[in-house]
Design a protein. Sequence first.
Length: 296
Amino acid sequence: MSDFFNEARWEKAWKEDPDTYINRSKQAGIDPSRDFDHKAKAFHEQSFSPEGRKRTNRILNWIEGQGVSFKNASVLDIGAASGVFSVPFAERGARVTAVESSPPQVELLKEHIAKFDVGQIKIIPVPFEEIDVQEKGLSQAFDLVFVSMCPVIRDWESVEKVLQCARKFCYISLPVSSAEHSLVNEIWPLVTGEPYKSKPAEMGYLLHLLYLKGYSYESLVTRETKTVEMSKEEALQEMMSWLRRHGLPVDERNQTIVADYLDQAYPSGQVTFQQGGRFGKVLIRLQDQNMYTREI
């Protein structure tokens, strides 16, 4: 049988791919579950800005357009951060269980959900990887399981654990290609002598394995970008983390190259850049597997 249709080969390829976010992080000695701790506040402010709320609403509107109703639905939000989606889920009438293990994100989440009735948003402040789904009573416990750009999804085994929690629908989003970052495009050639080249990413594995394993689903690929502003010190930290994750030395030479460039290109001390990329979204149907048709 052709390897193109060999499930085991695809599962192995995904797990062992050195260019996945998880494997690059491991090689760089970075804990993906704590990678956003230092920029939790900035991420929160971006997510709940007018531009951020528009992005969130576009995603929720797409899900609703596929026949998912949030009113009175039970939703498991894995990798909830400060409530980027948990809060809008609750605003649309859902009962939410938010899984988030980053302490700074959990504190922001607690502050942000105080306006809701007690119990409408429940927080599980531990890594999803450490949760025993059966023991905690999470098996098929939710109308919708939602996982957006979260390092919990790292291979097919992790997908199966997420699917185990869903009763009706499961939404997963992953990068389709390497992240786009205008500041990286500026700095990468200075460090490596070559332009930065994007590579295919995890979404291809997920979609192909869903296809091979017989799931019913809708998928969408879009290009999303946002404008980010930060200080030169924060930008330097961001770039050194980027280089480390991509296997480049975080040494005095590279730090000097990056710092000198930031001083020259952004004399005001404020660095503005575009960040985003191509992202895939998939809504998996676990009950009604026929094509959804909106009734008029």
